[in-house]
Design a protein around this ligand. Structure first.
Ligand SMILES: *Cc1c(COP(=O)(O)O)cnc(C)c1O
Length: 372
């Protein structure tokens, strides 16, 4: 089957499927979603994803880098945006001027935000992050009351949110999440007693949203599940939530090699008989790892990768592929005929998680939105 796109490799994202996923998750969780679109929407392309999510009623977006928040505003996104972590002090003022919400967890942050807010003559929207057990960003639980008091009384700061992040919500053992939830609850109570509680409390990532209803509060922060992937084998996706990304390439060349002929750098593979070897126009510079053990789909059949993955191409064995032709579409992630290769399949071979697979698809790979 000839490829439908005139690229060497490309990603197709199904925005209809994204909207369907969001609808199902809105229904399932019963609270508003903050769609986490950091890392270029987990590799899916942040602008089309953000626009489609907005059309589905999402009005909060979580990003990691202030640069992405800036780009989103430049491209006309008016919804709420929260930078979930570190911002270079020099960027704080810019974020406040763009009405982007900031995460703080130290007195130093609050002081910096106070100054920046005064400079741009605007109120800064701030979310206080508590480390309830993640061991990453966030204040110690016992510091929360002090920081919340400080934020609330500081001119130019609106304490908009209070949040925490779950470390093990995707695992079978629910105890660590319960423990984090208890810590967070205690903080919430302390703040409520002092009338300091902000309007938006949030804690749940994808796994929390689905598995731990008590962590949903006023807003859930799903990332991976809106893209139709599960955070782990222990978390089952609601019926109808489907992957929205396919990664494709083409059969660029093929030839018959004689027995005992080396393939690719280092000749890590050597033919054992006369073999038809195909060249696929995608390599590690596109984010396809230099790591043996995967297959691709060509004409509805799995073709195993042989030899080392190169920067811009890799080789496959074509012996089981019916009638291969130069220019045939090759599926690296997605469906072809009744076969499917998932981001999870690649992750297993690469000894990582599906998150890293989609985030790792290179910037040079065009993203296409067929139904848009
Ligand atoms: C990445 C991230 C999320 C989303 O995580 P998923 O597992 O993809 O749902 C939510 N909150 C914070 C703070 C994050 O860093």
């Amino acid at each position: 089957m000839k490829a439908e796109q005139s690229f060497a490799t490309w990603v197709e994202v199904d925005l209809k499927a994204l909207k369907k996923n969001i609808k199902i998750l809105q229904k399932e969780t019963g609270v508003p979603l903050m769609a986490v679109v950091k890392a270029n929407a987990y590799g899916h392309g942040y602008m089309p994803i953000t626009r489609s999510a907005e059309e589905s009623g999402v009005d909060w977006f979580g990003v990691a880098r202030s640069r992405m928040a800036l780009k989103m505003r430049e491209e006309g996104i008016k919804s709420n945006i929260l930078v979930l972590g570190y911002i270079a002090p020099e960027r704080i003022e810019q974020m406040i001027c763009l009405d982007v919400s900031l995460t703080v967890w130290t007195k130093e942050h609050i002081d910096l935000v106070e100054k920046a807010a005064a400079n741009c003559k605007r109120t800064a929207r701030v979310h206080l992050l508590i480390d309830s057990g993640m061991g990453r960003l966030g204040c110690h639980p016992e510091e929360t009351l002090f920081l919340a008091r400080l934020a609330v009384k500081t001119v130019g700061i609106e304490l908009e949110g209070l949040f925490s992040h779950l470390a093990k919500a995707d695992e079978a053992d629910q105890e660590p999440t319960r423990k984090q939830e208890k810590v967070f609850q205690k903080v919430i109570k302390a703040l409520a007693d002092d009338d300091l509680l902000p309007g938006i409390i949030h804690m749940a990532n994808s796994a929390g949203s689905l598995v731990h209803p008590e962590t949903r509060y006023q807003l859930v922060r799903p990332g991976i599940i809106i893209y139709g992937l599960s955070p782990s084998a222990e978390v089952h996706l609601p019926v109808g939530v489907e992957p929205i990304l396919s990664w494709k390439s083409v059969l660029a060349s093929m030839k018959e090699l004689p027995p005992d002929h080396g393939v690719s750098y280092g000749h890590a593979y050597v033919t054992t008989k006369k073999e038809l070897i195909g060249v696929i126009a995608v390599g590690y510079a596109d984010g396809y790892r230099r790591c043996p053990g995967n297959s691709v789909l060509i004409n509805g059949v799995k073709a195993p990768i042989v030899g080392r993955v190169c920067m811009d191409q890799f080789m496959v064995k074509l012996e089981n592929v019916p009638n291969p032709q130069i220019g045939d579409e090759v599926v690296l992630i997605g469906k072809q005929g009744d076969q499917e290769i998932s981001a999870n399949d690649l992750a297993r071979v690469w000894e990582t998680v599906n998150y890293e697979v989609t985030c790792g698809i290179g910037a040079r790979v065009p993203r296409i939105y067929p139904d848009n």
